[in-house]
Design a protein around this ligand. Structure first.
Ligand SMILES: C[S@@+](CC[C@H](N)C(=O)[O-])C[C@H]1O[C@@H](n2cnc3c(N)ncnc32)[C@H](O)[C@@H]1O
Length: 278
C-alpha cells in the first residue's frame, strides 16, 4: 500500500469515526481493504482511494469504516462489571429510585458491536428485576448503539456461535437462549423476552448530541476508546458524563483508563467511574 494512499485512508477514517490509525496499522489496514477490493471488484488500493473521492463512492465510506473497525466481543466480557452491577449498582439505585422519581432503570451500551454486551446486560436485569412485559419489580430499558450498520444488523438478529456464549452460566443459557438443532447446531438464539428489552440504533459517538431524552443510571463504553486519540477520549467522556444521572456509573474497558485525561468523575475501581452526586 502506497504511503499517500494510507494517509488518505487514515484522514478519511479519522474524520468520519475519529478512529485514530497510527503508522503501525498500515499492514492491518491493507489486509482489511483486501476484502473491500474483492467486493467492489476494484483492482488496486489507489483506484479504491479514487473511488472514495467520487460521488458514486459516498456509500462506500460506511463499508470502509466497517472494514477498519474491530468488532470483537462476547457475552459477559469483563465479568467483574456484571458482579458490580448486581452487588452494588442495582441495590443502590433501587434504594434511590423513589426519592429520585425514576420511572425506569436506564442503561446505554455505547459501541455495542454485534449485541453480546447489551444482551448480557438484559439477562442481568431480567434476572434481577424480572423480564420486560412480565411486570418487573422496576421497569428497565437498554439503548444499544454502534457506528456500524452491518454489525447492528447482526445484533438485531441475535444468533450467536457457541464460543460467544461460553461465559454464560448454564442456567442462564437454558433460560434465555434457544439452542439450534440440525443445520443450526452450535447456534444460540437470544429469546424474545431478552431481545425486547434492547433497542438498537446507529450512532457515531462523536457526532453531535446523542438522541436520548432520559438520563442513564449506567453507561457501558468499553473497548472503543482505545481507538481514539486523547482529545477525542476527553470529548467523549465529557459527553457521556452529561448523560448520567447524579451518582450514575460509567464502565470503560479494563485495558482503558481515564488516568491520563481530564474528567469530572470519581474513580470507584479500575474501569468503573461514578458521576458525583452534586
Ligand atoms: C471492540 S468493539 C466493543 C464491543 C463491546 N463494547 C465490548 O466491549 O465487547 C468496538 C466497537 O466500537 C465501534 N465504534 C468505533 N468507532 C465508533 C464511533 N465513533 N462511534 C460509535 N461506535 C464506534 C465499532 O464499530 C465496534 O463495533
Amino acid at each position: 500500500m502506497r504511503e499517500s494512499d494510507y494517509q488518505f485512508i487514515r484522514k478519511l477514517v479519522y474524520s468520519h469515526s475519529r478512529i485514530n490509525l497510527g503508522p503501525d496499522k498500515k499492514e492491518l489496514v491493507s489486509a482489511r481493504l483486501g476484502k473491500r477490493l474483492r467486493e467492489t471488484k476494484i483492482t488496486s488500493i489507489s483506484d479504491y482511494c479514487r473511488f472514495l473521492q467520487e460521488r458514486e463512492g459516498e456509500e462506500e465510506l460506511s463499508h470502509l469504516i466497517d472494514a477498519i473497525s474491530t468488532n470483537y466481543t462476547f457475552f459477559f466480557r469483563e465479568i467483574e462489571h456484571f458482579d458490580f452491577l448486581n452487588k452494588t449498582i442495582l441495590p443502590e439505585m433501587m434504594r434511590r429510585r423513589t426519592a429520585a422519581k425514576w420511572a425506569s432503570f436506564n442503561v446505554w451500551s455505547a459501541a455495542c458491536a454485534s449485541g453480546e454486551e447489551p444482551y448480557s446486560i438484559a439477562i442481568a436485569l431480567s434476572e434481577y428485576f424480572g423480564s420486560q412485559g412480565a411486570q418487573p419489580k422496576w421497569a428497565w430499558r437498554i439503548e444499544a448503539t454502534d457506528i456500524s450498520h452491518r454489525i447492528l444488523q447482526r445484533a438485531r438478529v441475535g444468533i450467536y456461535r457457541e464460543e460467544s456464549v461460553s461465559k454464560v452460566p448454564a442456567t442462564a443459557l437454558r433460560a434465555h437462549f434457544q439452542r439450534g438443532f440440525g443445520p443450526q447446531e452450535g447456534n444460540y438464539r437470544v429469546k424474545p423476552h431478552i431481545q425486547h428489552g434492547v433497542t438498537f440504533r446507529q450512532l457515531n459517538l462523536l457526532d453531535g448530541a446523542p438522541p436520548f431524552t432520559e438520563p442513564f443510571h449506567l453507561i457501558f463504553c468499553r473497548n472503543v476508546m482505545i481507538y481514539f486519540d486523547r482529545p477525542t477520549q476527553e470529548e467523549l467522556i465529557h459527553k457521556l458524563s452529561q448523560r448520567l444521572v447524579p451518582g450514575g456509573y460509567l464502565y470503560v474497558g479494563h485495558s482503558e483508563s481515564l488516568s491520563s485525561i481530564k474528567h469530572g468523575l470519581e474513580t470507584v475501581k479500575p474501569a468503573i467511574y461514578r458521576k458525583p452526586l452534586n
